[in-house]
Design a binder for this molecule. Structure first.
Ligand code: SF4
Length: 462
């Protein structure tokens, strides 16, 4: 017999307990177990007035934001609605069935105000990272670094050429993102001494009028858009994110952020890796030189190397460097001696004798269009040689496999956490969003690794 639901919803009193209602293997139970926000109130206390009406509990807002970033709820309005309706979310936020949910505009006020001034999101990220460390998920032996481009909340139709003068005070005055951009320009204004020493950086090709700090960029073959990059530094043991940094989507700034992150993790957590794994972008001479000479970290990176030739003539590997006498020996056994450098940062130049080359039987394979052969040697060549030696080891092969862990985190960030476009503008908006997303990823990772029976609520766990 076909049953029919009675449909009575007019019961006034229920015997109901949120704690028992939530399944024991729900993902939020795992996240809650590893989230400790006891220090948050202490951290934020100086940013609240001692008088006036009590504000909404900052811990409640952080818990709601963690739900939003853990389950890919990108809209603050929808997040408030979902917390209102979803019993598991209410349980995680320590709300009873009748408790009111903060208004979505409250998020905006706190995010751009107290939370940003106090850098509360970094404090939460570091608290979660400390928990990962105390649970033994961070080994500190090997780190991997990579960057992923995330679209900015800026319409590309509202752009002007980068060298065009813009009146930012037009209309209602500069927005928050514009004010941040102008403040950064002011802070990086070169002094007279700097201007004399180096040329000012070239202006970007296009400038967004909505979020001028975002960089106009494109994937090969794809359409261009304004974007920021999220830079992850992860520990290779369990793929825990040990630091995150937001930069405009520009290769050199992404690479520079690695130094910031390595230094910060060393200062804050006393963690310094033995090896650093990255892709070719991190294999430039200055970067490898910094790893080997300054930080004593093994560079497990493919070198950015243009010394080999593809026209059949001898590349640099055909020449042997004699370090003791500071000269190269060519395939014909002749010497290439160093010449004078115009600037200290320029590469060293080594030159063969014209007399040797003009009668050489190998000239057509060596320098067919030149009177004599020249070879450049980067000041970072000793460090690059270290990277070349490492590239022949089995540990390097393993590092190439390990690097996939950071790529998987980016795939998860965009596909599951749905952070493929930012909602907040300006560098600080990108900073806040990337920190919260990384915090959510670390919490999910702990829940998955340390509570094996936890059933991940979304279709594809980290
Ligand atoms: S051309 Fe000059 S540099 Fe090249 S192999 Fe001959 S002697 Fe050496």
């Amino acid at each position: 017999m076909m049953g029919q639901q009675a449909g009575a919803q007019d019961q006034l009193f229920y015997s109901f307990n949120l704690e028992t209602h939530l399944p024991s293997d729900h993902l939020l139970r795992g996240i809650d177990r590893f989230l400790d926000l006891d220090d948050l109130r202490k951290h934020l206390a100086p940013f609240y007035s001692h008088t006036g009406r009590p504000s909404i509990d900052p811990e409640l807002m952080i818990r709601m934001l963690i739900i939003g970033y853990s389950f890919g709820i990108r809209s603050e309005r929808r997040l408030c609605e979902d917390v209102h309706l979803n019993l598991a979310y209410r349980w995680f936020c320590r709300l009873g069935l009748q408790d009111r949910i903060p208004d979505h505009s409250t998020f905006s006020k706190n995010r751009h105000g107290r939370f940003r001034q106090s850098d509360a999101f970094r404090q939460v990220f570091e608290t979660v990272l400390r928990r990962c460390m105390s649970e033994g998920l961070v080994k500190g032996e090997g780190f991997a670094v990579d960057a992923s481009v995330v679209k900015a909340d800026a319409n590309k139709a509202r752009r002007v050429p980068g060298d065009e003068a813009v009146d930012w005070n037009k209309g209602e005055g500069p927005s928050r993102a514009v004010r941040e951009y102008l403040a950064a320009l002011e802070a990086n204004n070169p002094t007279e001494d700097d201007s004399a020493q180096q040329a000012p950086p070239a202006p970007p090709k296009s400038l967004s009028l909505t979020d001028p700090s975002a960089r106009y960029t494109a994937a090969p073959g794809g359409p261009a858009f304004f974007a920021y990059s999220t830079n992850y530094l992860i520990d290779l043991k369990a793929g825990i994110i040990v630091d995150v940094e937001a930069t405009p989507a520009h290769r050199s700034q992404e690479v520079d952020s690695t130094k910031t992150m390595i230094e910060r993790v060393e200062t804050r957590f006393n963690l310094k890796p033995k090896r650093l794994v990255g892709d070719t972008a991190y294999g430039t001479g200055p970067m490898v030189g910094w790893m080997v000479n300054d930080k004593k970290i093994e560079p497990h990176v493919p070198l950015f190397d243009k010394t080999e030739r593809n026209d059949g003539t001898f590349g640099r590997s055909s020449f042997t460097f004699d370090a003791q006498n500071n000269r190269y020996v060519c395939p014909a056994g002749k010497l290439l001696k160093p010449t004078w450098r115009m600037k200290k940062k320029n590469p060293y130049m080594y030159r063969a004798s014209q007399l040797d080359c003009q009668d050489c039987s190998l000239k057509s394979q060596c320098c067919p269009n030149m009177a004599h052969r020249k070879i450049e040697r980067s000041p970072y060549e000793p460090a690059r040689d270290v990277a070349r030696q490492i590239a022949r080891t089995a540990a390097y092969k393993q590092s190439r496999k390990d690097r996939k862990k950071v790529e998987m985190l980016f795939a998860h960030l965009k596909r599951i956490l749905k952070l493929d476009r930012l909602r907040l503008r300006g560098p600080s908006g990108a900073h806040d969003e990337f920190l919260l997303a990384a915090t959510a990823q670390n919490l999910r990772r702990m829940a998955k690794w340390l509570m094996p029976k936890v059933e991940i609520a979304s279709p594809m766990p980290v």
